[in-house]
Ligand binder design. Structure first.
Ligand code: MEV
Length: 415
């Protein structure tokens, strides 16, 4: 199936649904979930506490993604205009030079066990490392299913905090297709008493680290200079990137653009958006000061070579991924492993960032935003159906998008 679909934005909901249904072999339950009938009160009330209702945001599809030679449609749940269109557009440009190419590390998460009140922390480190085999055994006894699928606790490391008379044990756990928090936290809690026994110290924290620096997803793509708007735009994108690399004020916004895409897909698949965001931003600071998650270089053809490497703690099993909309999203993506999902996320992040940089380096982002914003304002002013488009267009023509102006135009039209 081909994800290169032109004019998807012009289609009706039914036309779009037909395409996605055929692409992903969706059933009625999936379609119902996507249409916003996913979560009844009972299910929601079991997911979190004190439930009053559910909260809806738009669920859209980014088209045109070619990743490792395979076509993908990308489900995105997000309230912000332009994000889905921008991702689709960047993916369209990336296709010209072969699309995205990706890789990832094994899905290894870190569990931290903090041992305090140690008179001799360096000595304790040695005591712990001598018992590595037993520690891993206790950890792995907690999750026979994970072991069966080739995952489990694989290694440990001990970090000494001498002044604080403390050590922190890192338990490296291959969590396979889960996000991993449950498995890792269970293991961290299980090994704690044994660590206290070995060292004579007191364990305080036993919890996963969201700095998933050993679970990385990577993507690269070449963006055709002509399609980007020519050499001038390429050079301006590189200048924008240079500022982001050296200035945390700009890097934060640059990375926010990356996360616009990533978080929308993380959200559509009901993964933990906060875990992914925390991991990515911390990773951006790993060398001491906050910097970019993506890189851009001009290649010998004058095209823009983009790349990204990010921690990616997402799962396709466990957690809220059994939510009907998550199931439908995973079906649309057609992913077989959490690593594949992570690599798609890296590709989407790169596409999103490139699209933002391209707009910013050329005409700015407001023109594109303005059209959708105008439609929102027109609807708020009371316009309905086709009138929304007419009122929005007139406001854009006038260059003023305000509710009073929308009301004025609406009144004129009614006359
Ligand atoms: C807006 O949500 C995201 C951007 O600000 C990202 C960027 O500046 O690169 C457009």
């Amino acid at each position: 199936m081909n994800s290169r679909i032109s004019g998807f934005y012009k289609m009706t909901q039914e036309e779009r649904m037909k395409i996605v249904k055929e692409f992903a072999d969706l059933n009625n339950e999936d379609i119902d979930a996507i249409k916003g009938r996913a979560l009844d009160f009972e299910t929601a009330n079991r997911m979190i506490e004190n439930v009053l209702g559910t909260h809806e945001i738009p669920f859209g599809i980014a088209t045109n993604f070619l990743i490792n030679g395979k076509d993908y449609l990308i489900p995105m749940a997000i309230e912000e205009p332009s994000v889905v269109a921008a991702a689709s557009n960047a993916a369209r440009i990336a296709r010209i030079k072969g699309g995205f190419h990706t890789s990832s590390t094994d899905p290894v998460m870190v569990g931290q066990i903090q041992i305090c009140d140690l008179e001799t922390p360096y000595y304790a480190k040695m005591q712990i490392l001598e018992k590595k085999r037993e520690i891993l055994e206790i950890a792995n006894d907690q999750d026979p299913v994970l072991i069966k699928f080739g995952g489990g606790a694989k290694n440990i490391e001990v970090r000494v905090f001498e002044k604080e008379k403390m050590v922190v044990v890192h338990l490296f756990v291959d969590v396979r297709d889960a996000m991993g928090a449950n498995a890792v936290n269970t293991m961290a809690e299980a090994v704690a008493p044994f660590l206290e026994k070995i060292t004579g110290g007191n364990v305080v924290l036993r919890i996963i680290s969201n700095l998933a620096a050993y679970r990385l997803a990577r993507a690269r793509a070449v963006f055709d200079a002509g399609e980007l708007g020519g050499e001038r735009v390429v050079n301006r994108i590189l200048k924008a990137y240079t500022l982001a690399k050296i200035d945390p004020f700009r890097a934060t916004t640059h990375n926010k653009g990356v996360m616009n895409g990533i978080t929308a897909v993380v959200s559509a698949t009901c993964n933990d958006t906060r875990a992914v965001e925390a991991g990515c931003h911390a990773y951006a600071s790993r060398e001491g000061s906050y910097t970019v998650l993506t890189h851009y270089e001009k290649n010998e053809d004058g095209d823009l070579a983009g790349s990204i490497e990010i921690p990616m703690a997402v799962g396709i099993i466990g957690g809220a991924t059994k939510h009907p909309i998550a199931r439908a999203s995973l079906k649309i993506l057609g992913v077989k492993t959490a690593n594949e999902l992570g690599e798609i996320l890296a590709s989407v992040g790169l596409a999103q960032n490139l699209a933002a940089l391209r707009a910013l380096s050329d005409e700015g982002i407001q023109r594109g935003h303005m059209k959708l914003h105008a439609k929102n304002i027109a609807a708020m002013a009371g316009a309905e159906g086709e009138t929304i488009d007419i009122v929005a267009e007139k406001m854009v023509e006038r260059g003023t998008i305000r509710i009073d102006v929308a009301k004025e135009i609406l009144a004129e039209l009614k006359k």
